[in-house]
Design a protein around this ligand. Structure first.
Ligand code: SAJ
Length: 418
C-alpha cells in the first residue's frame, strides 16, 4: 500500500517515518523545498529524539521519499499546520489547499485521514465538500476519517506507538478501515466514533489542560495574597484520590494548548465561557510575572534582568507561543533595562549568552522561565557571587529554596507570598 503524507512537520514526518518502517511505501509532501531536499538526503530539520535515525533508515531503504507534490496513492494523511489567526480563529488554508491538491488523484477505495487539529465539523464542512469536487461519489467511494495526533513533543516516537488513538469516520466503515491501518504500528487502544466527536475529543483534551492550568494559576495568585505556598496546596490536594491539579507557571505556550481551546470558542463564543476565561487567565501570566519582578526590585529601570529558559516548556528547543517571549517584550519596554538570556536549547535569539555565568553576571534579578533539567548543573554559588543583587524569581518551583537561601539568595517563588 502506498501512503501520501501531506505536511512533514512535527506530526507528519514522524508518522510518515513510522508507517515507512512498518513496510508501507511513503511519499511525504511538503510545500517547503528545504524540508523536501533535506529529507531526500535522509536529513531532518526539526529536533526530536531518535527521529533522525529512523528517518535516515527509511530513506536509505527507499521506503520514504519526499516531494513538493502529492502522488497517486491508496491512503492520504493530512498533517498540515492549523495555525491561529489574529482574531483567534483557525487558519484552515493549509488544510484546504492540501485537500484540494489530492482531488485530482483520489480514486475509488482510497482512504483520506485528517490528523491536523481542527475546529469541530472540519471533516464534514471542509474535507468532504472539497473531495466532492472530484468525479467520485465521495460517501460511497472514499473512506474518510479524522484521527487526531496526540503525541507530546520530546516523546513523539514513543507516544505514536504507545498512546491510545481515536478514529472518527464519516461512517463506520471509514472508521474501521482507518483503525486497521493505524494498528500496523499503534500498540495503544484505537477507539472508533464519528468525525465530529473525534475532532471535539482532541480539542477537549487540550482544553482540559488549559482550564486546569488556569485554575492552578488563579490559585497561585490567591495563595500569594494569603502568604502561603500554592505548590504545597497543589501537592497536598493532589494526595486526594480524585483530585489532579496541574502546575501554575508563567503562562501556557506551545502550538496546542494555547491554541486549541480557541477552536471551540470560535464556533460557540456565547457558550464557551469557562474556556474563554481560562485562556484569558493563562495569557495574563507573563504580565503577572513582569509585575512580580518589578515588585522584587522596586523598579526595573536601569536594572539588569537575566532570564533562564525561554522555550515553551522544559528540555525542548521549541519557542512557539512561549510565554517567556511575551515576558521579554514587556521587559523591553522598561527604560534603561539590560536583558540577558541563557537557554541551552536555543541557538539564535536576541540577548542570548552561551554561558549561564556570563548571562547572570552583574544581574539584579534572575528569572527562571523554563525548568530545563540542565539548569540543575549550574553552580549557584558562582552565580550568587557574580550577581549585583542576588534576587531570584522562580516561576516553576524548580530550585531548592532552602539551598538558595542558604547561599544567600533572595529567593522568590511564583505562587508563594513572602
Ligand atoms: N504547563 C503548565 N502547567 C502544567 C502543564 C503545562 O503551565 O501543569 C504549560 C507548559 O509549561 C507549556 C504548556 O503548558 O508552556 C503546554 O505544555 P504541555 O507539555 O502540557 O503540552 P504540549 O502543548 O507540548 O502538548 C499537548 C499535549 N496534550 C495533552 O497532554 C492533553 C499533547 O498530548 C498533544 O498532542 C499536543 O498538545 C498537541 O499536539 O495538541
Amino acid at each position: 500500500e502506498k501512503i501520501c503524507v501531506l505536511g512533514l512537520g512535527y506530526i507528519g514526518l514522524p508518522t510518515a517515518a513510522m508507517f515507512a518502517s512498518n513496510g508501507f511505501d511513503i511519499i511525504g509532501v511538503d510545500v517547503n523545498e528545504k524540508v523536501v531536499n533535506a529529507l531526500n538526503k535522509g536529513e531532518i530539520i526539526i529536533e526530536e529524539p531518535y527521529l533522525d535515525v529512523m528517518v535516515r533508515d527509511v530513506v536509505v531503504s527507499g521506503k520514504l521519499k519526499a516531494s513538493v507534490k502529492p502522488e497517486v496513492s491508496d491512503v492520504y494523511i493530512i498533517a498540515v499546520p492549523t495555525p491561529i489567526n489574529e482574531d483567534k480563529t483557525a487558519d484552515m488554508s493549509y488544510v484546504i489547499s492540501a485537500t484540494r491538491s489530492i482531488v485530482p488523484l483520489v480514486k475509488k477505495g482510497d482512504i483520506i485521514i485528517l490528523e491536523s487539529t481542527s475546529p469541530p465539523k472540519t471533516v464534514e464542512d471542509i474535507i468532504v465538500p472539497i473531495l466532492k469536487e472530484s468525479s467520485l461519489n465521495v460517501e460511497e467511494d472514499l473512506y474518510i476519517a479524522h484521527s487526531p495526533e496526540r503525541v507530546i513533543p520530546g516523546k513523539i516516537l514513543f507516544e505514536l506507538v504507545e498512546n491510545n488513538r481515536i478514529v472518527g469516520g464519516i461512517d463506520e466503515e471509514s472508521a474501521l478501515k482507518v483503525k486497521k491501518l493505524y494498528q500496523s504500528f499503534v500498540k495503544g487502544e484505537i477507539y472508533t466514533t464519528n468525525a465530529t466527536t473525534a475532532e471535539m475529543c482532541k480539542l477537549t483534551e487540550n482544553t482540559f489542560r488549559d482550564v486546569n492550568i488556569a485554575l492552578a494559576n488563579e490559585l497561585a495568585m490567591i495563595c500569594e495574597q494569603m502568604n502561603i505556598n500554592v505548590w504545597d496546596v497543589i501537592k497536598f490536594s493532589n494526595k486526594h484520590p480524585r483530585v489532579n491539579l496541574h502546575q501554575p507557571g508563567p503562562g501556557v505556550g506551545g502550538h496546542c494548548i494555547a491554541v486549541d481551546p480557541w477552536f471551540i470558542v470560535e464556533k460557540f463564543p456565547e457558550t464557551a465561557k469557562m474556556i474563554t476565561l481560562s485562556r484569558t487567565i493563562n495569557d495574563s501570566m507573563p504580565e503577572y510575572v513582569f509585575n512580580k519582578s518589578r515588585k522584587i526590585l522596586g523598579t526595573l529601570k536601569d536594572k539588569k534582568v537575566t532570564i533562564l529558559g525561554i522555550t515553551y516548556k522544559p528540555d525542548v528547543d521549541d519557542m512557539r507561543e512561549s510565554p517567556i517571549i511575551e515576558l521579554i517584550e514587556l521587559l523591553e519596554e522598561v527604560s534603561g533595562i539590560t536583558i540577558s538570556i541563557h537557554d541551552p536549547y536555543v541557538q539564535d535569539f536576541k540577548y542570548l549568552e552561551k554561558d549561564i555565568y556570563t548571562a547572570c553576571k552583574d544581574s539584579d534579578l534572575v528569572i527562571l522561565g523554563v525548568n530545563h533539567k540542565l539548569f540543575s548543573d549550574a553552580n549557584m554559588d558562582r552565580i550568587y557571587k557574580d550577581m549585583k543583587q542576588a534576587n531570584i524569581l522562580d516561576t516553576r518551583n524548580f530550585f531548592d529554596e532552602k539551598a538558595l537561601v542558604g547561599i544567600g539568595f533572595n529567593y522568590n517563588l511564583l505562587g508563594k507570598g513572602k
